[in-house]
Design a protein around this ligand. Structure first.
Ligand code: FAD
Length: 354
């Protein structure tokens, strides 16, 4: 059925007797052994009056497209306000977009989102489901995996495909090893942090199909009211320059680093040691249990370079480290390694930038 509102290509409602769009039965047998293609939850971000696709969703679409030519499904939630996003979603490689018509992206309930994603997954039988490792993604993914009776590999740092098999790489055993995991059940599910993969180039004018779905919900709870917490925390994942501090610096160096960062138009981040000491908030922590960052320049002062810390700086374009230990492990991932006292160098840098 054609539809005016679908600007990107053909559009249909999914009301068939068997729940599948025309032509799909020949392509997709619901027997699990024929699971094929990939499905990505398209997370949206509301900014003032506008709405956009989250960067991590775009990055996951780009990665899936690069790994496989199989059919790519997207699932988008929201009202009419998300329709202008169709074209962009198709341009990143989605062939079929399931638009679940909820009352708007602000009406978010993880159990409803998980139920709807399960509903779409049961229809299209994907081999792979990818979810952004955002706050919402981390709420939805385990619920979805449980309802599909499949496994979930959370917080992956790399993905590759071997035929239909998804190889999911992530730190394991407290970061002491990097494990590559393959699933024993379909769909193979993984969450990935923002900014692990690059943003792909859009293919402008690419067409796709939109299928509308109404929300389904097992109605386990009712939200009586919700209050949005206002926060002034900065987002280190967006910084172009990061001055990052570790256990090897004095407390007074936090202030010095803030001054340097503001002179360079950057931000201050840290290793977990400084969060544990209470010197910096969790939102500034870089690494496996903190944020993944992708600045143009990452300068690590007094950070040893544990596996967990390094997991968060894979995408930094240039890494400079200052450490008194000439053999500190961070040296292995550095472009420039400076042996010296971090506090003294921070003070000198601050003076020179003035
Ligand atoms: C499950 C799990 C998750 C974790 N997640 C994270 C995470 O997300 N992020 C993270 O950072 N850590 C994480 N950790 C902790 C991680 O294992 C390390 O303990 C931590 O990264 C160490 O921080 P650091 O390098 O600042 O401190 P240290 O390992 O104590 O290193 C301090 C460094 O400073 C150098 N130094 C000392 N004095 C000076 C000086 N005056 N000038 C210059 N250099 C000096 C030392 O030579 C040393 O290399 C995690 C751990 C676990 C088990």
């Amino acid at each position: 059925m054609g539809c005016e509102s679908c600007s990107g290509g053909s559009c249909s409602t999914d009301g068939g007797k068997d729940g599948l769009p025309p032509g799909m039965l020949q392509q997709y047998d619901l027997n699990q052994s024929t699971a094929d293609g990939g499905l990505v939850w398209i997370e949206t971000v509301v900014q003032g009056d506008s709405i956009r696709i989250s960067d991590v969703s775009v990055q996951l679409l780009g990665k899936l497209r690069k790994m496989s030519d199989a059919r790519l499904f997207g699932v988008l939630f929201g009202g009419p306000e998300v329709k202008p996003l169709y074209d962009e979603i198709f341009s990143y490689g989605v062939d079929t977009l399931y638009h679940v018509r909820t009352r708007g992206p602000s009406v978010y309930r993880p159990e409803v989102y998980a139920d709807c994603l399960a509903d779409v997954s049961n229809r299209v039988n994907p081999a792979v489901i990818l979810i952004g490792g955002t706050l919402r993604g981390r709420e939805i993914a385990p619920r979805l995996a449980a309802s599909l009776s499949t496994g979930l590999t959370a917080d992956c740092t790399e993905l590759s495909m071997d035929g239909r098999d998804l190889l999911m790489t992530r730190p394991a055993f407290g970061g002491n090893i990097i494990a590559t995991i393959s699933a024993t059940s379909f769909p193979q599910m993984a969450t990935l942090r923002p900014d692990i993969f690059p943003m792909p180039e859009p293919e402008i004018g690419r067409k796709g199909t939109v299928i509308y779905r109404e929300p389904v919900c097992s109605k386990q709870k009712e939200i009586i009211s919700s209050v949005m917490k206002k926060t002034s925390e900065i987002d280190i994942s967006k910084a172009k320059v990061l001055i990052s501090l570790g256990n090897g610096v004095r407390r007074s160096s936090v202030e010095t680093a803030e001054r340097i960062a503001s002179k360079l138009g950057g931000m201050v981040s840290c290793s977990r040691s400084l969060v544990d000491k209470g010197w910096m908030p969790m939102s500034r922590q870089v690494g496996q249990s903190g944020r993944s960052v992708s600045p143009d320049i990452y300068i690590a002062f007094g950070i040893s370079g544990s596996v967990q810390h390094k997991a968060g700086i894979n995408s930094a374009k240039k890494i400079i480290a200052v450490n008194i230990d000439p053999d500190a492990p961070i040296k292995d991932v550095c472009d420039e390694f400076i042996v010296g006292d971090a506090d003294l160098i921070l003070e000198e840098l601050d003076r020179r930038l003035s």
